[in-house]
Design a protein around this ligand. Sequence first.
Ligand SMILES: NC(=O)c1ccc[n+]([C@@H]2O[C@H](COP(=O)([O-])OP(=O)(O)OC[C@H]3O[C@@H](n4cnc5c(N)ncnc54)[C@H](OP(=O)(O)O)[C@@H]3O)[C@@H](O)[C@H]2O)c1
Length: 321
Amino acid sequence: MTTVFITGGHSGIGLECSRQLALRGINLVLAGRSAARMQAVADELRTLGGITVTTVELDTSSLASVRAAATTCASHIERGEMEPLRALICNAGGRFDGEISYSVDGYELTFATNCLGHFLLVELLLPTIAADGRIVFTASGTHDPDTADGRLAGAAVEPDAISLVTDGKNGAKPLSAGKRYSTSKLCTVMYAYETARRLGRSGSAIAAIAYDPGSVPDTGFLRDMPRAVQWLSKTKLFRWTSKRLGVTTSTVAFSGAALADLATDEHYATASGEYFQAREGQLSAVRSSTTSYDHQRALTLWNDSMQLVGLLPHERPAELH
Ligand SMILES: NC(=O)c1ccc[n+]([C@@H]2O[C@H](COP(=O)([O-])OP(=O)(O)OC[C@H]3O[C@@H](n4cnc5c(N)ncnc54)[C@H](OP(=O)(O)O)[C@@H]3O)[C@@H](O)[C@H]2O)c1
């Protein structure tokens, strides 16, 4: 038996992924904000796969919460209550519409939730990942401004962590929610690539993979949108129009299963540094945006992120530094 740690594994794409992993007999660590919601899903998954499910409270927008969750997970492994992780799936995230808001650490909420929390989690949990394990980052096709997904969501801006965390502060006009989201996903792809490069240079066999699940309406993703938009997004007309506009469309069942494959299927063991996209029932390695391949920007993003999360010397695994 092996264990997979997943953030946001109790709903949407993450829940479908958790179900697939449970059916494959893989033990799970569900990490999320609501203990009650995770518990209900954990019971379902135990029954479904006869597996062990551990729940860990984690708010990815809070650095203290990420540190506490990582410590809990590491102590389970140290005490022999859990085997080293076969995969870490950084899947939680969202688009935050409405007035701009900030995390408990004072950082813009989209960047804090989608980027910094997972950046820190990877640093802290790397020592708990099996030698041939994987890290999968759920990104989004919206990160690429040269695609319909990117244009419709709001084109990603410069992946500059320092200006992104302070977006809208001191009276400056904030980016739109769509741009904040697309840019956070550009940074996610860049984290995945930079993690893969660092692991590769250190001789580690752990793979880091970026993933675009495609546009999937049947999740909580549009929860901040007006009810009419949420309803419309689930109609056949919306799906048809999206396809006509060139949007990458998928279903929650396919995208969740594809995420489970990327995390555990032998086929993807050598896919470190690649970007996969779920589209109309196909999972393929595709090119990501031009900016995402910029090593210098990725290095700056990495160093700035280290500063923003206040990474301490003992929190830096040798393979990433
Ligand atoms: N649906 C799409 O069209 C689409 C397209 C491209 C990429 N994605 C990405 O796919 C991933 C999954 O989204 P989804 O579509 O399945 O939407 P979802 O059903 O809303 O799932 C998002 C998950 O992230 C969790 N989450 C949000 N903020 C969090 C925080 N601060 N701390 C911990 N967990 C947090 C949510 O937990 P709570 O229940 O506590 O809120 C939820 O479990 C996200 O990264 C999203 O950006 C989605």
